[in-house]
Ligand binder design. Structure first.
Ligand code: HGY
Ligand code: MN
Ligand code: MN
Length: 410
């Protein structure tokens, strides 16, 4: 396949899990498995050795001159948020495959093996852990704890990965090696900076720290028509005050974002005072102490609501990841590669989370961004221009060569 393969491949992937509101490919669903099957087909067509691990991560290995050397991993994720776009994650997986093929076409021999990787469950949209596959691969989470995670529909990941519908691919050899010489990830920016600056490429400096919580507030349910307002213990009113306190604390903290993306009211009758509300909280900042400020503000607001509204509240931290600086040497190698293409790049922080956050804990890691039109992502309207997609693959291939050389003997 040629340089334009990236556009064709993304079009193929975009058909998998497509619905009126975007693309839905949650981990270990039939549609996400079909995306993994497509990756496996590309790998076999390219002559790359395919392996998968018990968390569902898929690896396509291009041999290097030094067969005993640890590989350079190049990947991203195939899963999406429920109303995902065609580029978040998919671009980095298809782009990794296209970059390896581009090296083949140009007869480039690397010292290190290079592996295109499709990480499992980066979005955390079905099982309550983001970067699920890369957390298991890097040992940040124990495999047995990851496999024991249950989706909101009660299905355990272990069972989902053992199912025929959404499970591991049959006849793909198992992989348990973790040795990684370096990690590269190509991704759409998902924000407006590159487009606004008219710059075609970004080299990520650091990935913002993030924490995910689940907040539950319980009150006293009752008839919507007969309970006077002053006698109510309404958990939803309490939640509204907590949400607004979180929002203003993130705003006051600066360089910090807080999002409530999922909100459940039980029992959910329009003429029933709620008994319980459960909502998610996602807080991020390049500065970890700012995330703590929002966490503390949420706890204070919860305590006040409990006292004033006679409700019971709890806040569980599901996941906490510190800011992840990218490796200086790797960033320099990526800049050299882009300069060698006579292209321009800027340094840019990432507010979005990526598998590179995990890989950076076990190997030198770097990320390359291409512009997102309108800065939009996690929406069906997510879009990146074809020329930018192709340029990103060229940059990734050049960066793999530079990193291979920079790694030298190790
Ligand atoms: O939430 C994130 O930043 C990533 O898309 N999972
Ligand atoms: Mn992503
Ligand atoms: Mn995403």
């Amino acid at each position: 396949m040629n340089e334009k393969a990236i556009v064709a491949r993304l079009a193929q992937l975009a058909e998998i899990g497509k619905h009126a509101g975007g693309i839905d490919r949650a981990l270990a669903t039939p549609q996400e498995r079909r995306a993994r099957e497509l990756f496996a087909k590309w790998a076999r067509d390219g002559g790359y050795a395919l392996t998968q691990d018990a968390a569902g991560n898929l690896f396509a290995r291009r041999a290097g001159a030094r067969t005993d050397a640890a590989p350079i991993l190049v990947g991203s994720h195939l899963d999406t948020v429920p109303t995902g776009g065609a580029y978040d994650g998919a671009y980095g997986v298809a782009g990794a495959m296209c970059a390896l093929e581009l090296l083949d076409r140009r007869g480039i021999t690397l010292q290190h093996p290079a592996e295109a990787v499709a990480w499992a469950g980066e979005e955390g949209s079905r099982f309550p852990l983001g970067c699920l596959g890369s957390s298991a691969f890097t040992g940040l989470w124990r495999l047995e704890d990851v496999l024991a995670l249950s989706a909101s529909d009660g299905v355990m990941l272990r069972d989902a990965l053992n199912s025929a519908a959404g499970g591991l691919l049959p006849d793909v050899p198992a992989r348990d090696a973790q040795r990684t010489a370096a990690y590269l990830e190509l991704h759409v920016e998902q924000g407006p900076v590159l487009e606004r600056g008219g710059v075609p490429l970004g080299v990520v400096t650091a990935i913002a720290g993030q924490r995910r919580y689940s907040i539950t507030i319980e009150g006293e349910s009752g008839h919507a028509g007969t309970v006077p307002m002053q006698l109510r213990n309404d958990p939803l009113g309490a939640a509204a005050e907590v949400v607004l306190a979180i929002e203003s604390s993130a705003r006051d903290a600066g360089e910090t974002v807080a999002t409530i993306g999922r909100f459940t009211v039980e029992p959910g009758g329009t003429n029933v005072i709620p008994a319980r509300v459960i909502f998610s909280l996602d807080v991020r900042s390049p500065l970890d102490d700012r995330v703590s400020m929002v966490e503390e503000a949420a706890h204070r607001a919860l305590e006040t609501a409990q006292r004033q509204r006679r409700v019971q509240g709890s806040m569980e931290c599901l996941e906490a990841r510190p800011p992840a600086p990218m490796d200086e040497r790797m960033r320099a190698a990526v800049h050299r590669a882009i300069t060698g293409m006579n292209e321009r790049a800027i340094d840019i922080p990432s507010g979005a989370g990526h598998d590179a956050m995990c890989l950076a804990r076990i190997a030198p890691a770097a990320m390359i961004f291409v512009p997102s039109i309108g800065g939009r992502s996690h929406v069906g309207a997510e879009r990146t221009a074809d020329a930018d997609l192709e340029r990103g693959v060229e940059a990734l291939a050049a960066a793999i060569i530079e990193v291979d050389a920079a790694l030298g003997e190790n």
